[in-house]
Design a protein around this ligand. Structure first.
Ligand code: FAD
Length: 316
């Protein structure tokens, strides 16, 4: 990918064949051909400038909404968590946070400044960059209504400020200028009582613990809620709680969560996702759309077994 002499200018860590199971909350995923942990934003810009123009990129936060297939990622993964970590007050109601900062940290930092309305972020186990990419939300709050502007980086290392009007933003969906990724955001909050904000954080986390299988390997809700309904209700109504494919099982606590029992492969999880979507469509007439992003290549074994399945279908 890049000449040895070019690498000397870099201050981050470049690894080859890095197992992605180490970097996803589902604890599955084959190796990334290249995995780069930048030292900081300037270093990341230098790294991107030196990449071949056709190198495919996957940006990674905390991997809490990412299913990486067992065959791994043939291109380069950019790991923002641990880098892009600036978190400062800009002015009265505005906070700047780097894309690698954990949402929980952003929520607590804001409350500490007596700034409220970002409390919902505390329960989202990802980075701010991931929350911007997903328009993450919970308990009535969403990421983008807080955004004043975002800073992006393209693969030539060029940084730009963008405003929300530059993006198409919907429920758990964000589309913006092609070939730009988030490196920071300025969030606009409201003046309020920080202690009450922290109490709300605690209450929301307790509510999560009561209703969700927190602590087990998952990616949170697998499917988006369809308009006017809840994916979990539809899945439960089909009797799918506890349904398993290999080591991947529908949680018995929250039907929109798939849990890795410790032995699941990405193929097990993807197979269960397809089975759930097919069953709900057949029994309830609604095609659920995954919220989780699926990347990478199938393993040789699952490519063979899915082509066998295809052949089997042909003989029916
Ligand atoms: C137990 C649990 C509970 C959860 N609860 C919620 C919830 O209540 N609400 C909710 O919305 N989500 C929830 N999630 C899902 C997940 O935490 C969010 O979607 C989160 O925003 C993902 O952030 P991340 O840093 O982990 O992103 P990743 O999973 O690393 O990446 C997700 C996507 O964002 C892209 N991306 C990451 N960083 C950047 C960047 N800097 N620039 C551009 N693209 C980027 C990735 O390429 C990928 O496509 C939950 C997950 C778990 C495991």
């Amino acid at each position: 990918m890049m000449a040895a002499s070019d690498r000397s200018a870099l201050r981050g860590t470049l690894r080859h064949n890095e197992p992605m199971a180490r970097h996803t909350s589902w604890r599955v995923g084959g190796p990334a051909h290249c995995f780069y942990e930048p030292a900081d934003l300037d270093d990341l810009a230098t790294f991107l400038q030196q990449l071949p123009a056709d190198e495919s990129l996957v940006w990674l936060g905390l991997g809490s909404n990412l299913l990486v297939r067992d065959g791994g990622i043939p291109g380069t993964v950019i790991a923002t968590a641990g880098a892009l970590m600036d978190l400062t007050k800009v002015d009265g109601h505005t906070v700047r946070a780097g894309a690698g900062v954990a949402c929980n940290k952003v929520a607590r930092f804001c409350a500490g400044l007596n700034l409220v309305s970002g409390e919902f972020l505390a329960g989202i186990p990802g980075t701010l960059g991931g929350a911007l990419a997903m328009n993450a939300g919970a308990f009535g709050g969403e990421t983008w209504p807080l955004v004043k502007r975002v800073e992006t980086l393209d693969r030539h290392g060029v940084r730009r400020w963008r405003v929300p009007a530059d993006f198409h933003i919907a429920y758990r969906q964000v589309q913006g200028p092609e070939g730009e990724w988030f490196v920071a955001a300025e969030l606009q909050l409201q003046a309020g009582d920080g202690a009450a904000g922290l109490a709300r954080v605690k209450e929301l986390l307790e509510r999560r613990n009561r209703t969700q299988p927190i602590g087990l390997p998952s990616c949170g809700s697998v499917f988006r809620n369809p308009p006017g309904d809840h994916a979990a209700r539809l899945i439960e109504a089909c009797g799918l709680k506890g349904e398993c494919r290999g080591g991947a099982c529908v949680s018995s606590k929250h039907a929109n969560f798939i849990i890795n029992d410790g032995k699941a492969t990405a193929a097990d999880i993807e197979g269960l996702i397809i089975h759930i979507a097919d069953t709900v469509e057949r029994m309830q007439g609604v095609r659920l759309q995954p919220e989780v992003h699926i990347v990478g290549e199938k393993s040789f074994e699952s490519r063979v077994s899915s082509s066998e399945l295809e052949e089997g279908k042909g003989h029916e």
